[in-house]
Design a protein around this ligand. Structure first.
Ligand SMILES: Nc1ncnc2c1ncn2[C@@H]1O[C@H](COP(=O)(O)OP(=O)(O)OP(=O)(O)O)[C@@H](O)[C@H]1O
Ligand SMILES: [Mg+2]
Length: 326
């Protein structure tokens, strides 16, 4: 059963005002939405898109299984179907779109960045746009630079960016820098989504169960069990079977104190516990940095950790270091 969105009215209001500012100034206004896994960043973006009436929406996120520069723009270009005529040389466009078999070394990074900005500008075409960057933390450095440039562009666009904390990112320092740059742009909006309150969890239960709504004590227990995390809450509601079971139904495996980790995830979390960087882990396990990031991302979700440091601590507390070493 779909869980209604609660508790984000102020955030939505702010996003609506930012959208109006972008229209009035005809300058790009960034809206940075951060939060731990499952706190409702994507849900808020969907609600914002319904609230605004953009003429153009360009939306993209990291394409985790095809690691290459300009993932965001490549995802945007893939999403719009046939490409309109763009004032960009075809081989540069092929490179930006991650088409196979393009000559790789013809353009300097600066030239490509300029062409990427031109591409976005042309796609927007002076119309009122929302640019959506989902999961900035998972993006490649070229995309991060592009997003930073767009934040300062004269475009009548709201630039909505979601991100987990920078320490969970592929490029933690660059991610932190870009988030700071976006947040510092004139008129920018900054929203950090926290956990839901006990009252908000109770409202959701009322909505989902109607007349058979569980008691305030059960609502309180549900809030404690899920930490007010919307993702954990929706998973519990999906698996509990009924309101009476909410307080003591076993949590789904991935939300348990000791969730099932795959063999590879155990290796990765073991490396985290040793304080290794993503690059070091990639080297140690013979896999790509991007794949490590996917594992770290899944580990954060499974362990409910807020950061890689917290995940490392989680592993140390459960003695997963030894498992990784064996
Ligand atoms: N404000 C809210 N009220 C009720 N339910 C919510 C709310 N926000 C999110 N949810 C529910 O929680 C779940 C996770 O939300 P969402 O995918 O938006 O989180 P996220 O922050 O984007 O996670 P991730 O970091 O994994 O991308 C979804 O099932 C969504 O319906
Ligand atoms: Mg999301």
């Amino acid at each position: 059963m779909p869980v209604p969105m609660v508790g984000r009215t102020d955030a939505l209001d702010e996003l609506r005002r930012a959208w109006e500012r972008a229209g009035a100034t005809r300058r790009c206004v960034p809206a940075v939405i951060t939060g731990l896994p499952g706190t409702g960043k994507s849900t808020l973006v969907s609600a914002a898109l319904q609230l605004t009436t953009p003429q153009v929406v360009l939306s993209g996120s990291a394409r985790l299984h095809s690691p290459a520069p300009y993932d965001w723009l490549a995802a945007v270009l893939a999403g719009i179907g046939p490409r309109p005529g763009l004032p960009v040389p075809p081989d540069a466009l092929a490179w930006l779109a991650q088409d196979p078999d393009v000559p790789r070394e013809r353009y300097t990074p600066d030239a490509l960045l300029r062409l990427a900005v031109t591409t976005v500008r042309t796609l927007v075409g002076g119309r009122r746009a929302v640019l959506v960057v989902e999961d900035l933390h998972a993006l490649d450095p070229a995309s991060l630079n592009l997003i930073g440039e767009l934040a300062a562009a004269e475009l009548p666009a709201l630039l909505v960016v979601t991100s987990r904390p920078p320490e969970a990112a592929v490029s933690p320092l660059l991610t932190a820098r870009v988030l700071a740059r976006l947040s510092g742009a004139p008129g920018a909006v900054r929203q950090h989504l926290g956990a839901l309150t006990a009252g908000q969890v109770s409202r959701i239960l009322g909505h989902v169960y109607g007349a058979s709504c569980p008691s305030p004590q059960v609502a309180e227990a549900v809030w404690r069990r899920t930490g007010g995390n919307p993702y954990r809450l929706s998973e519990l509601l999906a698996t509990a079977g009924g309101p009476e079971a909410l307080a003591d139904a076993p949590l789904p495996a991935h939300l348990q104190e000791r969730p099932e980790l795959t063999a590879r995830e155990r290796e990765v979390i073991g490396c985290l516990a040793e304080g290794m960087s993503n690059k070091q882990i990639a080297r140690a396990l013979g896999i790509s940095v991007r794949t490590v990031t996917v594992h770290v991302s899944n580990l954060l979700r499974k362990t409910g950790a807020a950061s890689r440091t917290e995940a490392a601590l989680w592993a140390v507390q459960r003695d997963l270091r030894a498992t990784a070493a064996s």
